[in-house]
Design a protein around this ligand. Structure first.
Ligand code: DP6
Length: 342
């Protein structure tokens, strides 16, 4: 990583994009909450075309950060996370400057899809590029992790492995790409279900589960073993095995969450119906495996050949309002630096 001294010219503004990702082996529990260091490693699939594009412009004229989300002033909770992240970037640069940050998600907002993964990956790349801070992919992933853990995996994209790492400062807790988009025609079909009453966010939910669930330690052991098995399945391009691990791992995470006191219940009627759809499809010879995150959306992993049938069946689930058909996508990239295409 290179730092520029304060007198160096820097481009001032940059725009970057990153895809959202969904974990096939979940991150759900931190060994260090301040640094977003996970209790276990995780594995994800980057979702083309669910994209965040973020523009960052540092300016001496600003007296505070300005954060715009989807064309409107961002909610305070989101703006505060962005400001904290800009503080970290300021530490790297050696000086904190104020910035205007404009971020747009290509996927439906309020659909319960984790935009923090794509959001902080795009922000990390845009903010460092705007300041002329040149990080390699692993350091950029570790930086994005500080914004939101799952963002570490949106930096490399593809099928990404986020290793837990052992260093106390988190310097070895980053993600790298195991499979390029063109190397495996994986699909993930998202059923957008009515989110219902406000869910518990993943940051808050995983901390509550760590503190109160009698199954938390078992979950962490399971996740570590699942990750090893999933990496072997990926190396063998064995979708059936990867699918089984994906479904088992998601259900183990939700079991630990449901056992928390009080329970963290992300699953709703359409989520459970999505699980049943996956099982029915498999019984009929169609490969589909369920997963679900900190919201009610059922998500099914499948091959490109089976995707039309999987999308139809998921779309028929009562309470599923929309189906998003996603393919394995790539990593974060710069759109432009200082207004010029990069
Ligand atoms: C259930 O990355 O959103 O989606 O690090 O606190 O920002 P923070 O949490 P976040 O958690 C994601 C949790 C999950 C599983 C996963 O993506 O691995």
């Amino acid at each position: 990583m290179s730092h520029r001294d304060d007198s160096s010219p820097f481009p001032g503004r940059a725009r970057a994009r990153a895809l959202a990702n969904v974990a096939l082996v979940k991150y759900f529990g931190k060994r260090d909450a301040a640094l977003n260091l996970p209790a276990a490693g995780s594995l994800s699939i980057a979702l083309e075309p669910l994209e965040t594009v973020t523009a960052v412009e540092f300016s001496e004229d600003l007296e505070a950060d300005v954060v715009v989300l989807g064309g409107a002033s961002a909610p305070e909770a989101f703006a505060a996370r962005v400001r904290r992240f800009l503080d970290l970037v300021g530490e790297l640069a050696g000086r904190r400057r104020y910035a205007r940050v404009e971020t747009i998600n290509s996927f439906p907002t309020g659909a319960g899809l984790a935009s923090s993964s794509s959001g902080f990956a795009a922000l990390a790349l845009a903010a460092t590029s705007a300041l002329g801070i040149d990080l390699d992919g692993l350091a950029l992933s570790a930086l994005a992790r500080r914004g939101s853990g799952s963002a570490a995996r949106s930096v490399p994209g593809g099928l990404a492995l986020w290793q837990a790492g052992t260093a106390a400062d988190g310097s070895d807790s980053f993600a790298r790409r195991l499979v390029e988009p063109g190397d495996w025609d994986l699909r993930l079909v998202v059923g957008v279900a009515d989110p219902g009453p406000k869910e518990v966010g993943s940051t808050e939910g995983m901390e509550h589960v760590r503190r109160t669930s009698p199954y938390y330690d078992g979950w962490v052991r399971t996740a570590s073993a699942d990750l090893e098995a999933a990496v072997r399945a990926v190396a063998a391009r064995d979708l059936e095995r990867l699918g089984e691990i994906t479904e088992d791992n998601a259900l183990a995470m939700h079991a630990a969450a449901l056992a928390a006191r009080p329970a963290v219940a992300y699953l709703s009627g359409p989520t459970i119906e999505g699980l049943r759809v996956a099982r029915r499809l498999r019984a009929a010879g169609i490969g589909a495996w369920f997963t679900c995150d900190a919201g009610p959306q059922p998500k099914l992993l499948c091959s490109s050949a089976d995707e039309p049938a999987v999308a139809r069946s998921l779309g028929d689930v009562s309470g599923v309002q929309e189906v998003l058909r996603c393919r394995l996508g790539g990593g974060a990239g710069l759109v432009s630096v200082s207004g010029k295409p990069s």
